[in-house]
Ligand binder design. Structure first.
Ligand code: HEM
Length: 285
């Protein structure tokens, strides 16, 4: 990472902190509430060459995006799943698309959604109509019953090298083997604020399948704000989580930490995320 890109990440950390009121010295600025899980990833042996390795230990962190450490898991907001499998980090969340295309637009988005001014979000949407799809999906989301029953999405397309050494661009998702129905908001709010983290141990063992979604001819491969129409998916493997012991050393998740055979997303958002996560960790250290 160059000094310039690191400074860009640090600037974004301060902008996100200012927009959300979060304390960057002590907590993750987003996804502050969460819980660790440990297990193993077993590749399907199909598709991309990188997913043919033997079963590999995996470290996962589930999280709730909004509200800081004192927020409530039943409040509106998406959930995250970050997983480290060998040299691969997958840092995904529950919406299939993202709100914006760059870190700068994300800071603007957070300022608008945290503003008391009721005209702030409509004004933001005028400037960023690309945010409408994710916002609409986020507004439909209902409280989760458990972290392991949700589907998580990469939103970016990664370049997967197949057995014939061809690069296929694909979005990745974790699909739960035991999907859960959402809770009604009253039931969720009768539980403790971090009920999803508290309930994780009781959900285990749990398995989620990693699938690659291949684009249809007109799907926008490099735009994380656009839904894809394609239903063509390829199974890449299965993550089986068995314990909730936190790792001895927390992985510093980075959406651009990728093994040979997986090419980085070509959208600007992935590079901006990589910078801001490194700078956020540095700020917390
Ligand atoms: C420019 C857009 C984005 C910004 C500025 C941003 C910012 C952040 C920040 C500051 C953190 C806390 C990092 C730390 O302190 O360790 C974080 C964590 C996280 N973000 Fe993002 N994020 C963005 C986009 C996304 C997207 C598109 C996804 C999902 C596809 C996502 C999923 C997550 C997850 C799962 C975590 C928690 C990681 C962990 O458990 O350590 N973020 N994000």
């Amino acid at each position: 990472m160059t000094e310039d890109s690191f400074d860009g990440g640090a600037r974004l950390v301060e902008q996100v902190a200012a927009a959300t009121g979060a304390d960057p010295a002590h907590h993750r600025l987003l996804h502050a509430r969460g819980a660790w899980a440990a297990g193993e990833f077993t590749p399907s042996g199909r598709a991309a060459a990188v997913f043919t390795a033997p079963a590999t230990p995996a470290t996962a962190r589930f999280s709730s995006t909004l509200g800081g450490p004192g927020g409530h898991d039943g409040d509106p907001g998406d959930h995250g799943l970050a997983v480290r499998i060998g040299d691969l980090d997958l840092v995904m969340f529950t919406l299939p698309v993202f709100f914006v295309r760059t870190g700068a637009a994300m800071a603007e988005f957070l300022r608008a959604t945290n503003s008391p001014d009721p005209s702030a979000v409509p004004a933001f949407l005028e400037r960023h109509p690309e945010a409408a799809t994710a916002l609409e999906l986020a507004q439909q989301a209902r409280p989760a019953a458990g972290f392991t029953g949700l589907t998580y999405h990469s939103v970016h397309a990664y370049g997967l090298t197949d057995g014939a050494r061809r690069v296929r661009w694909a979005r990745l998702s974790w699909r739960p083997q035991r999907p859960t129905e959402p809770l009604n908001p009253e039931e969720a709010h009768s539980r403790p604020g971090d009920y999803l983290s508290l309930g994780l141990a009781a959900e285990l063992p749990a398995s989620l399948d990693l699938v690659a979604q291949l684009p249809a001819p007109h799907d926008e491969v490099y735009d994380p704000t656009r839904l894809w129409s394609s239903e063509h998916t390829v199974p890449l493997g299965t993550l089986t989580l068995t314990g909730t012991e936190p790792p001895a050393t927390e992985p510093g998740f980075d959406p651009l930490r990728l093994p040979r055979g997986v090419a980085a997303p070509l959208d600007e958002l992935a590079a901006d995320r990589s910078r801001v996560y490194a700078a956020a960790r540095h700020r917390r250290a």
